[in-house]
Design a protein around this ligand. Structure first.
Ligand SMILES: Nc1ncnc2c1ncn2[C@@H]1O[C@H](COP(=O)(O)OP(=O)(O)OP(=O)(O)O)[C@@H](O)[C@H]1O
Ligand SMILES: C[C@@](O)(CCOP(=O)(O)O)CC(=O)O
Length: 205
């Protein structure tokens, strides 16, 4: 395997504007970037798409409205590449990761989750971020046919029992409170990686 072995892999998914980036940024902020990296499966996809189409990569990566005008085409473009190799973007996104805790911010398809569960069966934990449609609308979301009813948004709506569900709403318990057990798990994984040489067995979850 080309990637170095992580001690914990947190695979996040959630609908558009549920707050995946916000929540995963918070986790990295709490753990520190020396121990925790954020891996965006859409990162290498957007990079290649931007190069081929002469687009502004930084805007495609950001939370603003720019990327929305290209989303449907980017989904189709990515699916063509995933067709023959479902792990294509997973491998690209993880190839330089070296921290003990990996936070994958944007799993969308069963194949994304399967990739991590089969490569890192003992380390992988799935996390769903959920928000109401009302809240997502306040954050700029509106329903788009061909996007919000497609696999990119609905691929993990059923058939997965998530290890953790985070409710990202103003009237829910604070994110710090909800994330506490996940942060504890990460801290244990980091402690175990400091105690053991890298090739020793990983933390059994
Ligand atoms: N708990 C929160 N408090 C304040 N702002 C938030 C919170 N959660 C999300 N936001 C804001 O809502 C917007 C959407 O959040 P974010 O980009 O994290 O969602 P996402 O699920 O990654 O969306 P997409 O996949 O559609 O880009 C951002 O501007 C973000 O700062
Ligand atoms: C094209 C795509 O990667 C866009 C993801 O954008 P974002 O994570 O919502 O910023 C979605 C997909 O791969 O289906």
């Amino acid at each position: 395997m080309e990637v170095s072995e992580p001690r914990l892999v947190l695979v996040f998914s959630g609908k558009r504007k549920s707050g995946k980036d916000y929540v995963t940024d918070l986790i990295q902020d709490r753990l520190g970037s020396d121990v925790c990296c954020i891996l965006r499966l859409s990162g290498p996809l957007k990079q290649q798409y931007a190069e081929e189409h002469g687009l502004d990569l930084q805007q495609l990566l950001g939370p603003g409205p720019y990327k929305e005008q290209y989303r449907a085409n980017m989904i189709g473009w990515g699916e063509t590449r995933r067709h023959d190799d479902p792990g294509f973007f997973c491998r690209l996104a993880t190839r330089e990761a070296c921290q003990p805790v990996w936070v994958v911010s944007d799993a969308r398809r069963q194949t994304d989750l399967q990739f991590f569960c089969s490569e890192f069966p003992r380390q992988t934990q799935s996390v769903r971020v959920q928000s109401s449609e009302k809240t997502r609308k306040q954050r700029g979301w509106s329903f788009s046919t061909g996007v919000d009813d497609a696999e990119s948004e609905c691929g993990l709506d059923s058939g997965v029992e998530f290890d953790w569900i985070i409710t990202n709403e103003a009237d829910a318990p604070s994110l710090d409170e909800q994330l506490q057990p996940i942060l504890k798990l990460a801290e244990e994984a980091v402690t175990s990686s400091r105690r053991r040489p890298p090739d020793d067995p990983v933390l059994v979850l």
